[in-house]
Write a protein that binds this ligand. Structure first.
Ligand code: PGA
Length: 242
């Protein structure tokens, strides 16, 4: 099974999200080897979850973030239990926009991860190097540090997202992605690995051919149903041609 995840970030109202799901479902009659996951805003989760259930769509929901706390006096925060109740199976944690724009530390991300696991949510844990680290060829030691707290024996989803590749049109070379994939598979043998950063209908083709990669986390190219569908088609085709 491969995974294709749409990270809508702070885009799409409830109405636009519902339109997306309807359009996507009309295009997609039966994807077989890919699990499709949508991460809309918190405010859309309930309504999109109802639509998915009512229409029996083969789509799962993820939250884009959550609180590290279980409950209590944390104004503006949303707990793992609330996310679960809103119909999510997954939660994205440690996205670089959270790390760098909202100053989330490794410790905070690890607490979120534990709370997600305790509440039976599957974490999609993002990691990846910055441009200076990439240029200094220190990607693996940087990633090792980012992931030291995480348990090696628990299955969950990792998303390798080089910070410099997000929304820039730049992507690492295939052998560089393979190097990270080998490191993750060796260090976390029960986990799955996605790639994210400037994935579009063209860039997805060569990356889909990497054998130990389990899918994609997509930002910009996930916002239109037709473009997102072409990503799904590219993945299904590459799966079938193996
Ligand atoms: P992008 O974003 O596909 O727009 O580069 C990826 C992400 O931030 O998850």
């Amino acid at each position: 099974m491969k995974y294709l995840i749409a990270n809508w970030k702070m885009n799409h109202t409830i109405r636009i999200g519902e339109e997306f799901l309807r359009e996507f479902s009309l295009l997609d009659v039966n994807h077989r080897s890919t699990q499709v996951i949508i991460a809309p805003s918190f405010t859309s989760l309930n309504r999109l979850s109802s639509l998915i259930q009512r229409e029996n769509m083969p789509i799962y929901l993820a939250a884009q973030n959550m609180s590290q706390f279980e409950s209590g006096a944390y104004t503006g925060e949303i707990s793992a239990e609330m996310i679960k109740e809103s119909g999510c199976r997954y939660v994205i944690l440690g996205h670089s926009e959270r790390r760098y724009q909202f100053h989330e530390s490794e410790e905070v991300i690890f607490q979120k991860y534990k709370s997600a696991m305790d509440n039976s949510l599957i974490p999609i844990l993002c990691f990846g190097e910055t441009l200076p680290v990439y240029q200094a060829k220190e990607t693996i030691s940087f990633i090792k540090n980012q992931l030291t707290l995480f348990q090696k024996d628990k299955p969950f989803l990792f998303a390798y997202e080089p910070v410099w590749a997000i929304g820039t049109g730049l992507i690492p070379r295939i052998d560089e992605i393979v190097m990270v994939a080998d490191f993750i598979k060796h260090t976390f043998p029960d986990s799955l690995l996605l790639y994210g950063g400037s994935v579009n209908p063209e860039t997805i083709v060569p990356i889909s051919a990497i054998p130990n990669l389990d899918g994609f986390l997509v930002g910009g190219a996930s916002l239109k149903a037709s473009t997102f569908f072409s990503l799904l088609l590219a993945m299904e085709n590459s799966h079938e041609s193996r």
